[in-house]
Design a protein around this ligand. Structure first.
Ligand SMILES: Cc1cc2nc3c(=O)[nH]c(=O)nc-3n(C[C@H](O)[C@H](O)[C@H](O)COP(=O)(O)OP(=O)(O)OC[C@H]3O[C@@H](n4cnc5c(N)ncnc54)[C@H](O)[C@@H]3O)c2cc1C
Ligand code: HEM
Length: 393
């Protein structure tokens, strides 16, 4: 809880800080990376820094947290905090690094807002920062205690070309680590210029299978630079190689219990859904599950047959597929053409939805579910990049 004086100051200055937060975070990263280049080289995703997406996520989260603190102090944005803590834990963020972020963030606030920042205002925002930081540090400590912190060698048992743009890797970590269906691991690779870049990949099989499978889509530049890590993994990694991986983290996990589910994915977003379905198969579940998948074409749909086989193995599951282009599969009554449409899908009362795919797909799916009466609190999602929805969660 903030002191009453600080809460009043934060409330009064929220519009000016929120209005300048893009400039503040831009300056923050610029100065932090100038003094600590190893953070950009070996911890942050330099592609996201170059395209500016990470700034939006960080700025949005701080503004959302400050708003919650002053408007609804009894209910902090727990979904958002858990999402950030899981991401941080998968990257190995340490408690000490919060002081580094603090130093450059508050330096940037002073530079951007200048004389507006009286000692009283600085003090009030300091309280906000440490309130959020301490909450995150506590969550991350718990995650590390349960799952472990840092990097573990994992041997690549198998590499499989799945579609023109995707490969899967079966990984055997040196030590067993607990995982939940839907979680992801971070993979850290050393690139040709010596930078150690980290990316997250969802497990695409059930944790019970022992070896973990990840499925990696190669990110093509399309005008911008090629995706660094996905391109490197495609070009270099083969059976017998060893990758550095984190323990599994992530809060988009299979909802517990035996209630009805809607699992909706598009493109490579199918990976956590595969893990959840595989887990349901392994555990002999008869849960009611509606599976929706959208893709560009059947040929681009990675693990297409596997998805159909998993659904067929579950007595309570049905599958709906949409392809923008049916290609050679025109006439197949089991698939539809166009964008996924959830408006007429058979939904059971009390359904919990998990969405994973590009933001436009998830926005449309969420809107259709809300229109059909599914409460927002029953709709969970994962973004395969900086979470630009995070402040709205
Ligand atoms: C929780 C989670 C789970 C995920 N699960 C999976 C999964 O199962 N499978 C999967 O394939 N992926 C998954 N991802 C995505 C994955 O982590 C990577 O983001 C993805 O592989 C792209 O990484 P990259 O290094 O190839 O691209 P990056 O190098 O990170 O590039 C990202 C984007 O930035 C652009 N960019 C780079 N530099 C610039 C520049 N200078 N100017 C403008 N634009 C630029 C690139 O063109 C590209 O579009 C997941 C992500 C998250 C967060
Ligand atoms: C109160 C302080 C902090 C806040 C509010 C914050 C907020 C965030 C948010 C919102 C994200 C995006 C999460 C997502 O996309 O799912 C993120 C990611 C990240 N954070 Fe933090 N963070 C804080 C502290 C730190 C610290 C101390 C470090 C370590 C130096 C750090 C390193 C990272 C990294 C490396 C990422 C991934 C970004 C990328 O893709 O490059 N953060 N953080």
């Amino acid at each position: 809880m903030l002191s009453p004086e600080s809460a009043a100051t934060v409330r009064a200055t929220l519009p000016v800080v929120a209005g300048a937060i893009q400039d503040i975070t831009a300056r923050f990263y610029e100065t932090m990376f100038a003094d600590n280049p190893e953070l950009l080289r070996d911890l942050f995703n330099r592609g996201n820094q170059a395209n500016g997406e990470q700034r939006v996520a960080l700025a949005g989260s701080i503004a959302a947290y400050a708003t919650a603190l002053v408007e609804r102090p009894g209910e902090l944005p727990s979904t958002m905090l858990s999402r950030i803590a899981n991401k941080h834990a998968s990257l190995g963020v340490t408690e000490e690094q919060y002081a580094i972020v603090h130093k450059y963030l508050f330096g940037a606030i002073g530079e951007v807002l200048g004389d507006v920042v009286t000692p009283e205002i600085a003090q009030a925002w300091d309280e906000v920062y440490w309130h959020m930081a301490e909450t995150l540090i506590g969550l991350e400590r718990d995650l590390y205690r349960r799952a472990g912190q840092g990097w573990t060698p994992a041997t690549v048992i198998e590499r499989r070309e799945e579609t023109a743009n995707t490969v899967s890797f079966l990984l055997r970590p040196e030590r067993p680590m607990p995982a939940l269906p839907g979680q992801y691991v971070s993979v850290r690779v050393t690139l040709p210029d010596g930078a150690r870049q980290i990316r997250q990949y969802s497990l695409s099989n059930a944790p019970e299978r022992g070896d973990w499978r990840i499925t990696v889509k190669r990110v093509r530049g399309e005008g911008a630079p090629e995706g660094e890590v996905s391109t490197w993994l495609h070009a270099n990694v083969k059976a017998g190689d060893v990758l550095a991986v984190s323990a599994p983290f992530g809060d988009l996990t299979l909802p517990e219990g035996d209630g009805p589910l809607l699992l909706a994915s598009a493109g490579i977003g199918v990976t956590p859904v595969l893990s959840m379905l595989d887990h349901l198969v392994v555990t002999g579940s008869d849960r009611r599950v509606v599976v929706v998948h959208a893709d560009r074409s059947p040929d681009a749909h990675v693990h297409r047959e596997e998805l159909a086989n998993l659904v067929a193995a579950l007595p309570g599951a049905t599958l709906h597929r949409w392809y923008e282009d049916l290609g050679g599969h025109a006439g197949d009554p089991a698939v539809s053409v166009g964008w996924a449409d959830l408006s007429a899908i058979d939904l059971t009362e009390g359904v919990v939805a998990c969405l994973c795919g590009p933001l436009p797909f998830m926005r449309a799916a969420r809107a259709q579910l809300i229109e059909r009466g599914v409460p927002a609190s029953a709709i969970h999602y994962e973004v395969f990049g900086p979470d630009l929805w995070i402040a709205a969660a």
